[in-house]
Write a protein that binds this ligand. Structure first.
Ligand code: FES
Length: 213
């Protein structure tokens, strides 16, 4: 999502990068997240900080429908509530022990996180599907300069040979999701991946030159 837009959905990861029973780190402008998918396939997102002693929950593990912290094993549900404290197996954890969670939507192979109150549903990709994601050490402005065009309010940038979904990870860093037509041939997919890598290099160069000025 380009900064300064009204959109409240951030494309943080591709569905294919988060199999059932796994957790991964992700990021929205508000900070780092633990993004996880339960064994039954439900995706949830919480702040990447265990309420106990602050361990990153993205280092934890998924068991069934819960996310457990790697440090002392406290387990959390999809709504962020603590469900189990292994050192006190007979205790029902107080309601006040919970992680901060964020609304999640999954559509067209992309996992979106709502920043604040979700405004409707995530943007439709109109027949495009995600191919892969790239992390760029360049802000969205540098990527737009390298592409010679601007991303729209949903973060979709379309140039002659390339379609990208951009997510501002943090200042000077962008997560690039490469999109292709759903029926793209293998050769077209390879070409799209190469074009995105070339654009990333150019954008990182712009970013470095801008920072050096
Ligand atoms: S820091 Fe997470 S359970 Fe202790």
């Amino acid at each position: 999502m380009p900064s300064g837009t009204a959109s409240s959905w951030v494309p943080v990861a591709l569905s294919s990068d988060l199999p059932s029973g796994t957790v991964m780190p992700a990021r929205i402008p508000a900070g780092p997240l633990a993004l996880w998918r339960s064994q039954s396939g439900h995706v949830a997102a919480s702040a990447d900080r265990c309420p106990h002693r602050g361990m990153s929950l993205s280092h934890g593990f998924v068991r069934g429908e819960t996310l457990s912290c790697i440090y002392h094993g406290w387990s959390y549900g999809q709504a962020g509530n603590c469900l189990r404290i292994p050192a006190h197996p007979g205790l029902t954890p107080p309601e006040a022990i919970r992680t901060v969670t964020h609304p999640v939507a999954e559509a067209d192979g992309v996992i979106w996180i709502a920043v604040g109150e979700p405004a409707g549903t995530p943007p439709a990709l109109a027949g495009l599907v995600p191919l892969r994601s790239l992390a760029a050490f360049a802000g969205i402005a540098a990527i737009e300069a390298a592409a010679g065009t601007r991303a729209n309010a949903a973060g979709l940038l379309e140039a002659e040979d390339i379609r990208l979904l951009l997510s501002s990870a943090r200042e000077g860093e962008t997560l690039i999701h490469v999109l292709v037509e759903a029926d793209a041939s293998p050769a077209a997919r390879i070409a799209a991946a190469r074009a995105a890598e070339g654009l990333r290099r150019k954008a990182e160069d712009f970013q470095k030159k801008g920072a050096a000025r």
